[in-house]
Design a binder for this molecule. Structure first.
Ligand code: SF4
Length: 751
């Protein structure tokens, strides 16, 4: 497990505005420090440009028309610096460092080690990885997979960085192999959004464009920290504010990127003068969002400022919902939300003002709780009351965390795809795909732990660190016969292997892809359903790398040899062939090759945006759920795991979290000063955390307690380190998303 040594924490006052020239300086430090002047500069000039490559970090959309020459943020720059680094992790590196030694390194150290260059194998009993040829690697995978008693003993995991072409081939391979065990990182993030919205409005994706966000009158931002996790969103928020919009931030933590923005490409921002963002900031009680949303809806109903015409024409279930709202007591709504009635009324009346052009954005702060699906359906309810969906300046905006997580799902990476998708696959490829739903992430971990899952194959990602219950998940992976990871960089999942471990190094998104002897490009889909090209431009980190699509094609070809009519190698060598098949299987991708070659790509249709409700009722459904919130026992606090500003998902680029005033340390826990006092804990004193779940205890020791502006009862710390406290079987109703924002803990001084 990662070392527990402290690294000399320095604490300063949190920032009240994000970005500024400091962001430029830090971006340059990372890029020049890792990639050097030439490679770094050419990478930055191609990032997020039409004809360039898509940022491998978050899924924030690029402007349709004018793009700045520097169309990236500080964290986009860190992501590219990490991928384009000149450092290499070669067979010699692995000969020098045993797996046990590497496991004692930090995640930051691993990211700094460099790019993987050769396929590596760790055979049973080995202490060091050793080089293996590609052919041998694919034969080993084929032997193991074909040696299983059932295809359902295999798990095919996908990280949201995989391109559409790789994802489509991957799900096709898994299904022709015979299983739907296709867990993906969406299971841990926006699964709750998809489940909630599909039932309410018939789509699992956001209904707005950048234009809508920038022309909204009111923008509600729930459980999101855009300054770190979607930084270019701040440019659109600034444009909206300059257009007269009122932003309301809702978050237990007062995040700099919600309160102010210093645009680093504008004079004002360069001079350190920030555009104020959130006019109203509601430091909601942790997991108190549902109560707040019910309060907002109650005011609209009581004020009669609802869109009755829209409700009559488009919705179902209003009367039941209305009765429910009227039955709620304000005192209880204030207690559970932690927000005073007067402020709730003010925000509700702001939403009902003007043309009710309201956009609501949200992220993990809503999706990773037991009542997440019910809470997100309250967001939808609010928009149905206002008729704020399917018209300019209004709609729903779940902000995706990984660059192509939405695209992977569109391509069929899902353990329970609908029947029509299977029909299309079977028709197109002439085989019968399995219809029995597969394992999502939680089920896959349980299956591997219980010995029902025997081979784990990961298309990118850092499964061990991204998932909950780290020690349990590690044991699950160790019980496998084989673990395989496609990756660009070394990470902790590569060090916790099955009896045999394989690392298959692939091309990065920024790199030229000349697979099959021709210039290749891949495609991705962003948070606002724009499908566009990503074309690599830099020299590959090693000439032994293969592309993701070719690795999957060769895996499938080796495993399914002699029993598949799918032209795997031809498709692996020419992505146009993959796109031709996608065009015939996935709705709205007709003429895919032609349309995606247009600069900027194309928007996918969104039935909810068109007010065409593909729900069971054929209408937009109000969902009425009882008021709920996680109530703590005596002495407990509610922990949320979160990212620092120097990380993207599980990739750690540095030890600072500058907006929160943290330098040079990751082993911190943010606590309310009164909660610290009540436990006799002084500032920066060493503490141990224990999580409590159904009588089980999990421990995280040696953390420093940092007093922070948080509501009583709430605390926060970084993942992946604190994922060890998140119980695997603690997940959201319906979506089964791990409750990483709702972990019951006790915190005491370390003895
Ligand atoms: S906002 Fe997201 S996609 Fe855009 S450059 Fe930053 S990290 Fe990359």
């Amino acid at each position: 497990m990662p070392p527990e040594a402290f690294t000399d924490l320095v604490v300063s006052a949190p920032k009240s505005a994000a970005a500024g020239l400091t962001a430029v300086a830090i971006s340059m430090k990372h890029v020049m420090g890792n990639a050097g002047l030439m490679r770094g500069t050419s990478a930055m000039l191609k990032l997020n440009q039409k004809g360039g490559f898509d940022c491998p970090s978050c899924a924030w959309p690029d402007p349709d028309d004018h793009r700045s020459q520097f169309e990236f943020c500080e964290n986009g720059a860190k992501a590219i610096a990490s991928e384009t680094t000149l450092k290499r992790v070669t067979p010699a590196f692995f000969a020098e460092h045993s797996v046990a030694e590497l496991a004692g390194k930090t995640d930051f150290w691993m990211d700094q080690a460099g790019r993987l260059t050769h396929p590596m194998v760790l055979r049973e009993g080995d202490t060091h990885y050793s080089e293996i040829s590609w052919d041998e690697a694919f034969e080993l995978i084929a032997k193991e997979l074909n040696g299983l008693a059932s295809p359902d003993e295999a798990v095919f995991y996908t990280s949201g960085r995989a391109s559409n072409e790789a994802a489509f081939l991957y799900q096709l391979f898994a299904r022709q192999y015979g299983t739907n065990n296709l867990p993906d990182c969406s299971n841990m993030c926006h699964e709750s959004s998809g489940a909630a919205m599909m039932a309410s409005v018939g789509v699992g994706k956001g209904t707005v464009t950048l234009q809508d966000l920038e022309t909204a009158e009111t923008i509600l931002i729930f459980g999101q920290n855009p300054g770190t996790n979607h930084p270019r969103m701040l440019t659109s928020l600034q444009a909206a504010v300059e257009g007269g919009a009122v932003i309301v931030g809702v978050n237990p933590m007062k995040e700099a990127g919600l309160t102010g923005f210093m645009h680093p490409q504008q004079m004002m921002g360069m001079l350190g003068m920030a555009t104020p963002l959130a006019e109203e900031f509601l430091q909601v009680r942790q997991n108190g969002d549902q109560a707040l949303l019910k309060g907002l809806a109650k005011v609209l109903v009581e004020d009669g400022t609802i869109d009755e015409g829209f409700i009559r024409e488009h919705t179902a279930g209003f009367e039941v919902y209305r009765e429910h709202l009227l039955s709620l007591e304000w005192a209880e709504l204030e207690r559970v939300s932690g927000i005073e009635r007067e402020r709730i009324e003010r925000v509700a009346r702001q939403c009902a003002s003007g043309e009710r052009k309201v956009v609501t954005c949200w992220a993990m702060g809503l999706t990773q709780h037991k009542n997440a699906v019910a809470t997100i359906q309250e967001v939808v309810n609010l928009h149905l009351l206002l008729g704020a969906i399917g018209r300019p300046g209004a709609g729903l905006c779940p902000v995706r965390g990984h660059s192509n997580v939405q695209g992977d799902r569109t391509m069929g990476v899902f353990e329970k795809m609908p029947g029509w998708f299977h029909d299309a696959i079977d028709r197109e490829f002439g085989f019968e795909s399995p219809r029995k739903h597969g394992w999502d992430t939680v089920a896959a971990i349980e299956a591997m732990h219980e010995g029902r899952g025997k081979v784990f194959y990961a298309l990118g990602g850092n499964f061990l660190q991204a998932t909950p219950d780290t020690e349990y998940t590690a044991e699950a992976l160790r019980r496998c016969r084989l673990t395989v990871h496609l990756a660009t960089k070394l990470n902790r999942s590569h060090l916790v292997t099955g009896k045999v471990g394989l690392i298959l190094p692939c091309l990065g998104r920024s790199e030229k892809d000349r697979t099959g002897g021709k210039e290749q490009f891949v495609t991705v889909e962003n948070s606002m359903s724009v499908v566009h090209q990503s074309v690599g431009h830099l020299a590959a980190a090693s000439d032994t790398l293969l592309s993701e699509p070719m690795i999957i094609a060769r895996t499938a070809n080796a495993v399914l040899k002699g029993r598949s009519s799918v032209p795997w190698l031809a498709m692996g060598a020419d992505y146009d062939l993959i796109r031709e098949r996608i065009a015939r299987v996935v709705p709205a991708f007709e003429d895919f090759n032609e349309r995606v070659r247009k600069p900027g790509g194309f928007y996918l249709p969104n039935s909810a945006r068109e007010l065409a409700w593909t729900t069971e009722s054929g209408r937009a459904n109000f969902a009425t759920h009882a008021l709920s919130c996680l109530e703590l026992e005596e002495g407990e606090l509610l922990l949320q795991t979160l990212r620092s500003h120097d990380q993207f998902n599980t990739t750690v680029y540095g030890l600072d979290d500058r907006y929160r005033g943290i330098s040079n340390e990751r082993r911190v826990v943010f606590m309310n000063p009164q909660d610290m006092k009540a436990r006799g804990i002084g500032p920066m004193e060493e503490v141990n955390l224990t999580s409590h779940f159904e009588g089980e205890k999990r421990h995280a020791r040696h953390y420093l307690a940092v007093p922070y502006d948080l509501p009583r009862g709430a605390c926060a710390g970084y993942f992946p380190e604190l994922n060890v406290l998140v119980p695997l079987r603690s997940f959201a109703d319906v979506s089964l998303t791990p409750t990483s924002k709702s972990v019951r803990v006790t915190i005491e001084l370390a003895s």
